[in-house]
Design a protein around this ligand. Structure first.
Ligand SMILES: *[C@@H]1O[C@H](CO)[C@@H](O)[C@H](O)[C@H]1NC(C)=O
Ligand SMILES: *[C@@H]1O[C@H](CO)[C@@H](O)[C@H](O)[C@H]1NC(C)=O
Ligand SMILES: *[C@@H]1O[C@H](CO)[C@@H](O)[C@H](O)[C@H]1NC(C)=O
Length: 382
């Protein structure tokens, strides 16, 4: 195990000087416009998403990446084999847009595909890794290629390193081949499951799988839970993931089900997650049962939803079904920072999903946007 960690550190060391160590100290917080139809991969929506990140206060919460999904390029490469930004979507080219986004203090990401074609039939990077890495770097971008096998990721990693720009390499092959066991040698994050959907079952699927692989996350390489886990706590510089712990007297976790008790170390304390997986319930935990804590009195604050705080030997929360309390615990001499205000009015967002199979959320869009359902799965306020 120790040897493996050293090997990973060495390879990340190479990534760091030429690509991305500083960027990858904590995991990527991003606003992907990927659940969208192809039309959203444009300058207009990239800039509008960046604007929203600032105006909704998301930038201040640490969301620094605006990532563009596939369909940003023309369907085919040009005659010398390069991807070309679709001129109708990027009338002034991509660099003009990334310059503006960088000017807003944000970073920009583009999608690439490790195979031969993206899901929408656009050109993939297989065989063109170095050319595509050059394109991404010349746009001033950070990149998020997606695809499948270890070999392809090695080629793209090496191609990205060859262009000598800081790039966060976010890999997406939906958790195949136990990517968490090797991903840190290839990129900065790896999707560990198939896509999240707007239903509780997919939260259970991803959350319960993530609990078993928390040990693979560390600064420089992270499990990517799709849209989950994107809360300020995951920017802690220690870069450790939370996982299940079993309080005295509690039943054992069951594979594939979401366990109520979560904890993980932070650089300045311990985070506890209490999840009401199926029904409304009161969940209580003694700090003496929590890894990293123990007997004694601790300060705590429920960080994200209620702002409740206190001091003692335990916490207890009454939670609605599918609700969660996230509690940061510190020792009494440590200072607990004030909770960050959650952004408001982001429910029927300009860019959120608004329809399609299994969608049970809002179908209204903020004016002047309207809900456009492009197929059974992809919909967006545009
Ligand atoms: C972004 O915000 C600026 C300033 O509020 C505004 O001038 C610009 O039109 C906005 N751009 C987009 C694409 O929404
Ligand atoms: C193809 O695109 C690349 C990168 O933008 C460019 O350098 C090259 O000149 C283009 N080739 C042709 C034939 O237009
Ligand atoms: C949640 O509900 C499912 C389906 O009814 C059941 O199988 C499971 O045991 C429940 N899980 C928990 C943690 O109570």
């Amino acid at each position: 195990m120790f040897a493996k960690v050293i090997v990973a550190a060495t390879i990340l060391g190479q990534l760091s000087c030429r690509a991305s160590f500083a960027l990858a100290e904590t995991t990527e917080k991003r606003l992907n416009n990927g659940l969208a139809q192809c039309n959203a991969a444009s300058a207009k929506y990239a800039l509008a998403t960046a604007n929203s990140s600032v105006s909704l206060g998301l930038k201040d919460l640490g969301y620094q990446y605006v990532n563009i999904d596939h369909c940003w390029s023309s369907q085919s490469r040009n005659s010398t084999g390069y991807l070309v930004p679709d001129p109708t979507k990027w009338p002034n080219g991509i660099k003009a847009v990334t310059d503006q986004i960088h000017g807003m203090g944000l970073k920009f990401g583009l999608y690439g595909c490790a195979g031969t074609k993206t899901c929408a039939g656009y050109s993939g990077s297989q065989g063109y890794e170095v050319k595509d890495a050059q394109t991404l770097a010349s746009c001033g971008t950070c990149s998020s290629p997606a695809g499948s096998t270890q070999t392809w990721y090695a080629k793209m990693r090496d191609a990205l390193l060859s262009v000598n720009k800081p790039i966060f390499f976010s890999m997406c092959q939906w958790g195949r081949d136990n990517v968490w066991t090797w991903g840190a040698d290839y990129g900065n994050s790896w999707r560990m499951s198939t896509d999240i959907w707007n239903n509780w079952a997919s939260v259970v699927r991803i959350g319960s799988a993530a609990a078993g692989i928390s040990q693979y996350a560390a600064p420089g390489g992270f499990n990517d839970l799709d849209m989950m886990g994107i809360i300020a706590i995951n920017q802690d510089p220690l870069g450790k993931a939370a996982t299940y712990f079993r309080p005295k007297g509690a039943p054992a976790p069951v594979s594939g089900q979401l366990y109520p008790y979560w904890a993980g170390p932070l650089s300045d304390g311990v985070v506890i997650g209490l999840v009401a997986a199926n029904v409304s319930q009161t969940l209580s935990v003694s700090f003496s049962d929590v890894p990293g804590l123990g007997a004694g009195t601790f300060n705590w604050v429920e960080y994200y939803y209620t702002g409740r705080s206190g001091s003692g030997t335990s916490v207890s929360f009454s939670l609605g079904s599918h609700d969660m309390a996230v509690v940061k615990v510190t020792n009494p001499s440590a200072t607990v920072p004030a909770p960050t205000a959650a952004p408001t009015s982001a429910t029927a967002a300009h860019y959120g999903q608004c329809g399609g199979i299994s969608w049970t959320g809002a179908t209204a869009c903020e004016s002047p946007y309207t809900c456009q359902v492009s197929n059974d799965y992809y919909s967006q306020c545009l």
